[in-house]
Write a protein that binds this ligand. Structure first.
Ligand code: ADP
Ligand code: ADP
Ligand code: MG
Length: 448
C-alpha cells in the first residue's frame, strides 16, 4: 500500500478521498487554490500546498503546479477525483513519466475510452449496442444534413471532448441543425479546447442508466450494478438511484454484462462508468464511458457495501479485487440528491457566499458527503455542488420517505440551495411511481 497520496481536487470529493486514505492508514497531501485557502477540510490532510490563484486554469488545472506539489509532498500516487484533471490523458502520462501512480486507468486505456467517438467504435466492435450516430467527426453542414436525413430528426450534436452536459445541442430540422452545429462547435472549443463534434440520433423520452465497473491489474473485471440518473436538468444529473426502476431483470443483466465486456476489451483498469440511454421500449444504447470516479458513486457503495474510493486506491497499488462477480450484491435501494448552491426559483442561478448556518441530517441509512459547514464561504469560482445527500433503505418507497425526512432536516441558511426542487421531485407522483425520463424535470416542474 502507498504511504502518501496527493489529492488533486477540491471540495467534497477531496474530503471523500482524504477520509478513505485515513481509513487505509495512508497519509495525504492536499492542494488548494487561493479561492479555497483556509477551507476546513484541508486541515484533515497531513499537508496542504497552494497551487495558484482561484481560477481553475491557473491552479487545479495547472499540471506543472500539481506535479510540483506532488514532488514537494513526496507522494507515490495521485488521486484526481472527478472533473479537473481526472480525464486528462496528458496529465496521466506526465504522472507516469514522473514515476507517480495515477489512481485511474493507464493513459492508453483512458485515451481509448475517453474520446467519445473512439469509445463508440470500440463498443461497436465489442457488440455493445450503440446509439445510431455519424461515423466519426462531422466537419461540414452537408455531412450533418445527410446524417439527419438518414436517421431522421431529432438529432443530437455532441462534442467529442464533451462532459457535464456541455457542448450538446438538439436539432429538429435543417435550419436548426445548421445553426446548432456552429453553436456546438464554438461552445466545445471554448469549454474543452476541442471543437470537434459528432451526431447521434436523439432518443426520445430517454432514461439514463449507467453501470459501475471495477477492474484490477490482474485481469479481473466486475460490475457493481446500475445507477439510474434520469432526473436531469439541461443534461446534468440532479438525483441518482440504484436499482433503476426502468429496466427489467433481463435488461439489467444484459447491460451490466455489456459494460463489463467493454471495460475488459479496452484493457482498462480501476473504476469506470459505462453510460447508456434506455428508450421507451427498453432497448439500451451505449453513450459514453467516464474514465474516473463519478459524483454519484455513493449510491453504488450503499447497495453493494463496497467502498469505491478505497477500491480505486487498492487496485492502483496493485492489489487484486477481493470478490468475484457473484459476491457483489445489490441490496435495498439508495438515492442521492445533489445539493447545489443555486437558486432553483431563479433559473438555477449560482448562489455563492457565506453559509450562516448548516445543520446536517442524520439517522438510520442517511449519509451526507459535504465539505461545507456553518461559516463556510462557497467560492464563486467552481462547480456549485456543496454536498450530496444519500439514503439507503430496504425498499425504494422507504428510501423516498427517508430522503424527504432528511431533506426537511437539512438546514442551510445564508445561501440558496437546490433542496426545494428535490423536495418537489420526491413528492411528485411520476417520480414516486418511477415513470420519468430525462425531460421530466424541465417538462413538469420548470415549464413556464
Ligand atoms: P458525473 O456523472 O460524475 O456527475 P459529470 O459529467 O456531471 O459526471 O461531471 C462531474 C464533474 O466533472 C462536474 O463537476 C463537471 O462539471 C465536471 N466535468 C465533467 N467533464 C468535464 C470536462 N470535460 N472538463 C471539465 N470538467 C468536467
Ligand atoms: P456528458 O459527457 O456531458 O455527460 P453524455 O453523452 O453522457 O454527455 O450525455 C449527457 C446526457 O445527455 C445524458 O445523460 C442524456 O440525458 C442525454 N443524452 C445523451 N445522448 C443522448 C441521445 N442520443 N438521445 C437522447 N438523450 C441523450
Ligand atoms: Mg455522461
Amino acid at each position: 500500500m502507498y504511504q502518501r497520496i496527493l489529492v488533486a481536487n477540491r471540495g467534497e470529493i477531496a474530503l471523500r478521498i482524504i477520509r478513505a486514505c485515513k481509513e487505509l492508514g495512508v497519509e495525504t497531501v492536499a492542494i488548494f487554490s487561493e479561492g479555497d485557502r483556509g477551507a476546513r477540510y484541508l486541515d484533515l490532510a497531513d499537508e496542504a500546498y497552494c497551487v495558484g490563484p482561484a481560477k481553475a486554469s491557473d491552479s487545479y488545472l495547472k499540471i506543472a503546479n500539481v506535479i510540483s506539489a506532488a514532488e514537494v509532498g513526496n507522494v507515490q500516487a495521485i488521486h484526481p477525483g472527478y472533473g479537473f484533471l481526472a480525464e486528462n490523458a496528458h496529465f496521466n502520462e506526465i504522472c507516469r513519466s514522473c514515476k507517480i501512480d495515477f489512481i485511474g486507468p493507464s493513459p492508453e486505456a483512458m485515451a481509448r475510452l475517453g474520446d467519445k467517438n473512439a469509445a463508440r467504435e470500440l463498443a461497436r466492435e465489442t457488440n455493445v449496442p450503440v446509439v445510431p450516430g455519424s461515423d466519426g467527426i462531422i466537419s461540414t453542414e452537408e455531412e450533418a444534413l445527410r446524417f439527419a436525413h438518414d436517421v431522421g430528426f431529432p438529432v443530437l450534436i455532441k462534442a467529442v471532448a464533451g462532459g457535464g452536459g456541455r457542448g450538446m445541442r438538439v436539432a429538429s430540422n435543417d435550419l436548426a441543425l445548421k445553426s446548432a452545429l456552429q453553436q456546438a462547435r464554438a461552445e466545445a472549443e471554448a469549454a474543452f479546447g476541442n471543437g470537434d463534434v459528432y451526431l447521434e440520433k436523439y432518443i426520445e423520452h430517454p432514461r439514463h442508466v449507467e453501470v459501475q465497473v471495477l477492474a484490477d491489474n490482474h485481469g479481473n473485471v466486475v460490475h457493481l450494478w446500475e445507477r439510474d440518473c434520469s432526473v436531469q436538468r439541461r443534461h446534468q444529473k440532479l438525483i441518482e438511484e440504484s436499482p433503476s426502476t426502468s429496466i427489467s431483470p433481463e435488461t439489467r443483466s444484459a447491460m451490466c454484462d455489456a459494460a463489463r465486456r467493454l471495460i475488459q476489451t479496452a484493457n482498462y483498469t480501476n473504476a469506470a462508468t459505462v453510460e447508456f440511454i434506455v428508450d421507451k421500449t427498453g432497448n439500451f444504447y451505449f453513450i459514453e464511458v467516464n474514465a474516473r470516479i463519478q459524483v454519484e458513486h455513493p449510491v453504488t457503495e450503499m447497495v453493494t457495501g463496497i467502498d469505491l474510493i478505497k477500491s480505486q486506491i487498492r487496485v492502483a497499488a496493485g492489489e487484486r479485487l477481493p470478490w468475484s462477480q457473484t459476491d457483489i450484491p445489490q441490496r435495498g435501494a439508495a438515492i442521492e440528491c445533489r445539493i447545489n448552491a443555486e437558486n432553483p426559483r431563479r433559473n438555477f442561478q449560482p448562489s455563492p457566499g457565506k453559509i450562516e448556518q448548516l445543520i446536517a441530517p442524520g439517522g438510520f441509512g442517511v449519509r451526507f458527503d459535504s465539505h461545507a459547514h456553518s461559516g463556510y464561504v462557497v467560492p464563486p469560482y467552481y462547480d456549485s455542488m456543496i454536498g450530496k445527500l444519500i439514503v439507503h433503505q430496504a425498499t425504494r418507497a422507504d428510501a423516498i420517505a427517508a430522503m424527504q425526512r432528511a431533506l426537511s432536516e437539512l438546514h442551510v441558511a445564508g445561501i440558496e440551495t437546490t433542496v426545494p426542487i428535490h423536495q418537489e421531485i420526491l413528492s411528485h407522483s411520476a417520480f414516486v411511481e418511477g415513470r420519468i425520463d430525462t425531460t421530466f424535470v424541465e417538462r413538469t416542474l420548470l415549464a413556464e
